[in-house]
Design a protein around this ligand. Structure first.
Ligand SMILES: NC(=O)c1ccc[n+]([C@@H]2O[C@H](COP(=O)([O-])OP(=O)(O)OC[C@H]3O[C@@H](n4cnc5c(N)ncnc54)[C@H](OP(=O)(O)O)[C@@H]3O)[C@@H](O)[C@H]2O)c1
Length: 250
């Protein structure tokens, strides 16, 4: 079930030319880095996140680097239901005409605590944003993705989803289900061949979420989100053609 990034992988500069990619959580951290990397490698990107100002800052950085004008989608994954996801897919069809991939980078996190201290409301939001939203968003976009010749969906996993540990609670449980989601869906779509669905599990990286999960740590010593974004490019691009239902652990 696991796969790996080819050693020394360097994405070609035109890897995502002519492709349209949706990135969630694009206002900061990993999502911002993935959006910038996709745009720098030729994609037109749609930026989804909760805070419009952060999305605008990502869009400004993409445009300043010479990337195509992004589509901005302020959207709260904790509150959306089927009608909102359907409207979102409609907007993507109207604004981008096609969809060749989704990088699911948005993430809800609560500070670590014993299960006995976690609440049902915390669990419902964790599972809604980190597990049900990637399912619902992908499902709404399935007609668009299926029309693209080699569409690729990447879910972002987490180390504690693969190796559960005390205090990681509902966050780890939601992340643990993503490899099953990718595997089930890839089997169901095997004959069609598109979209492909995989999970990428980054190691620790220097992002705002890390400051909450590991307060006091010297984050400057961690790998950057930009270095992890290269693995997203690999899974989104043609060089991973045929790879589906796999978990890539960094
Ligand atoms: N950082 C690490 O060390 C690490 C390690 C392994 C895996 N990961 C995984 O990598 C992914 C990205 O993590 P990160 O560190 O970049 O996280 P982050 O800095 O906390 O960023 C999360 C992003 O998700 C967005 N978001 C949160 N709730 C949302 C909602 N309800 N609706 C829409 N957008 C929402 C946030 O938007 P706003 O800012 O607008 O709220 C933000 O842009 C996550 O899946 C995380 O679990 C991280």
């Amino acid at each position: 079930m696991t796969t790996s990034l080819p050693p020394g992988y360097v994405p070609p500069s035109d890897l995502l030319a002519e492709r349209a990619i949706l990135v969630t959580g694009a206002g900061q951290g990993l999502g911002r880095a993935v959006a910038l990397a996709c745009a720098a490698h030729g994609a037109t990107v749609a930026l989804l996140g909760r805070t419009p100002k952060k999305l605008e800052a990502t869009a400004d950085a993409i445009e300043a680097a010479g990337g195509a004008d992004p589509v901005l989608i302020p959207f709260d994954l904790a509150k959306a239901n089927t009608p909102e996801y359907d409207q979102l897919a409609h907007l993507l069809r109207r604004e981008m005409k096609r969809l060749d991939g989704i990088a699911h980078c948005a993430s809800h996190f609560v500070p670590l605590s014993p299960l006995a201290h976690q609440t049902l409301d915390q669990w419902l939001t964790l599972l809604r944003v980190n597990l049900a939203a990637p399912f619902a968003l992908t499902k709404a976009c399935l007609p668009l993705l299926s029309a693209a010749p080699d569409a690729s969906v990447v879910f972002t996993g987490e180390t504690h989803g693969l190796d559960p540990a005390a205090f990681w609670g509902g966050f780890a449980v939601g992340k643990a289900a993503l490899p099953a989601l990718a595997h089930i869906w890839s089997e169901e779509l095997e004959k069609a061949g598109t979209p492909r669905l995989n999970v990428l599990v980054p190691g620790p990286m220097n992002t705002p979420q890390r400051a909450v999960s590991h307060p006091g740590e010297d984050r400057a010593r961690l790998p950057s989100a930009e270095s992890v974004a290269i693995a997203f490019l690999y899974l989104l691009g043609r060089e991973s053609h045929g790879t589906s239902g796999k978990t890539l652990r960094m």
